[in-house]
Every structure is written in C-alpha cells, then in structure tokens.
Design a binder for this molecule. Structure first.
Ligand code: GLV
Length: 308
C-alpha cells in the first residue's frame, strides 16, 4: 500500500498507527511507490490528477478525510476500484462541538457582549427563545445527523435537507428543490455539512440566501465550493445575513487579501472545525485492507454516482 498527503506529520501519524495494528504492513510514502505492481491499497489526501490510474493491481482507494471530493475530482480515476471514506466517531463528535459552539455563540449574543465589553458598556440583551429558534442543516449524513440530534436535545427546532428523506426522531426532513426552499425559509441558522458534489456546488448562492429569514446566520463546515463568496458577502453587507462562520474556503489557505478576513460579520476558522485522527481512523483502514485482500467488499464505500 501507499499513503499520500502533503502534510508530513499526517503521514508520520498514519504510518505509526497503522503499523501498531498490523506490524507486517508494507507502507510506502508517495511518490516513492515503485514497483507500482505491488500497490493494492492507496490511502490518499488530494492525489495528483491521473496518479491513481497508474497502479495495475489497485484494489481500493481510501480517503484520509471524511470528504472524497479531493479524489472524485480526478477525471482519470480507475473504473471499478472501490473508494472508501473515513467514518470517524472522533471527527463526528468534534464537528458537533464546533457547530454547537458557533451556533450558541450567535444565539447567546456573544459577539454583542464582547463588543460591549471592549467599550466598558453594560448592555441588557435577553436570551432568545430556544424553542422558537429554527436550525436548518444542509446535509443529514454522519456529521449533520449527530449535530442535529444534539441541538434537538437542547430544545432547538431542528430540520435538515438531504438527497433522500431521513427518519430522525424529532427532526423534520426535507429533500428535493421544493424541500430546499421550504428549509431555507424556516432557518434562522443555516448549517452546511454537505459533501461537495455536482448537485451541491454553489448551493449557498444569492437565490438561496434570499430565501432565509432576514437576520439569519450561516455556518459552513462543508467545503468552500458550497458558497458563492460574492453572494454571501453581499447578503452580509446588506444585513440580510447577520453573520457567518466559515471553516472552509475555495482556496486554502485563504489568501490574506480575501475580504472574509476583515469582514465584521464573518468568523474565519482555518479548516479546523474537525479533523480526522490517525488514531481513530486507522482501525477501519486496517479492516478495509484486510477485506479487499480477502476479496471482500470494504466498509464505508463511496457511491461514485452520488459523489459521496
Ligand atoms: C476534512 O475536511 C475531511 O474531509 O475530513
């Protein structure tokens, strides 16, 4: 097998965690993969376009992250080789924490209190009614579902939009174009935890933002490609959107000249909401290596058609 990431620390951690679990595993570090005939498993983040088609005996492609857009964007991806993503409980928990933190920060008017403190100003702001505060999740997969359930437990009115309707206790489920409009119209908070696919690219655009109630907040922890930046910026400038917390961007790192950095209503987080950990992700990759070597189907397979 080989591992490919541009981050040396990630590579080091994965090799160490995989080797603890399976001492005889031969792990090469891309680009030192020769002879390519030996490669049966590729564990990658942002593989070079066309590279994955070079391995004649490749049995499985594993993503070093929850998202697989960095793999599926390759038009030369070998047909018929299963792609697996990480379903990491630690990543799911950390994402829910992040979304809880940032929604509650707006909900409990923390930016206003901090601004008042900077001016030694005593202000009175009653806490908003939680039961009347409506949250709309774009995406009710592993990540969206966990966060939605946790907000529901706090008493928020929670709904979600996904490709297919979901049955989750106490959470209203929407799908399709009409469902999207209905979700947007009711959402004081729009939280994007979607995979980036042809259908979801640019979903946070002028038309959809206009459907949100005035004063809504946007939290994006999906991908930068979900947002049309100019549209979000103009919705923020007009006050239609009251604030945005953005963890992901079209180009990362976000350029220092990007208007998001200095926008008074934008919180920029440097893709740090939640990251996969080698410690919690290695066991499922070891199991998947075992499965594909035994001719069995791997776990957490990506549906290439759906794009996630
Ligand atoms: C991070 O963005 C991931 O996809 O895991």
């Amino acid at each position: 097998m080989f591992i490919k990431s541009d981050d040396h620390e990630t590579v080091r951690e994965w090799i160490s965690e995989l080797s603890v679990l399976q001492t005889d595993l031969e792990i090469r570090v891309w680009p030192n993969v020769d002879p390519i005939e030996d490669i049966d498993f590729a564990l990658v983040w942002d593989p070079r376009l066309g590279d994955l088609a070079r391995y004649p005996n490749l049995k499985c492609i594993g993503s070093l992250g929850a998202g697989v857009d960095h793999i599926l964007k390759d038009p030369g991806l070998p047909e018929g080789v299963p792609i697996v993503r990480l379903v990491d409980q630690q990543l799911i928990r950390a994402m829910s924490e992040f979304v809880l933190l940032h929604v509650l920060r707006y909900h409990r008017q923390q930016p206003q209190f901090e601004a008042a403190q900077r001016e030694s100003r005593w202000i009175t702001l009653p806490p908003p009614n939680t039961g009347e505060t409506r949250l709309g999740f774009l995406g009710l997969g592993e990540l969206g579902r966990d966060a939605a359930i946790k907000f529901r437990a706090l008493g928020f009115d929670v709904a979600g939009w996904s490709r297919r309707l979901k049955q989750i206790d106490g959470i209203s489920s929407y799908s399709g174009q009409d469902g999207l409009a209905a979700l947007l119209e009711r959402s004081h908070y729009l939280i994007c935890l979607l995979p980036l696919t042809a259908e979801t690219r640019g979903i946070i655009n002028r038309r959809n933002l206009a459907l949100l109630p005035t004063g809504a907040f946007v939290i994006n922890c999906g991908r930068g490609g979900h947002v049309v930046d100019e549209d979000l910026l103009s919705a923020l400038d007009s006050g239609h959107v009251a604030g945005a917390t953005l963890d992901v961007f079209h180009v990362e790192p976000l350029s220092s000249s990007h208007p998001y950095w200095r926008h008074p209503r934008v919180t920029v987080i440097p893709h740090a909401s939640s990251l996969t950990s080698a410690r919690s992700g290695a066991p499922q990759m070891i199991e998947n290596i075992r499965r594909v070597r035994a001719g069995e189907a791997p776990m957490n397979q990506v549906n290439r058609q759906a794009g996630y």
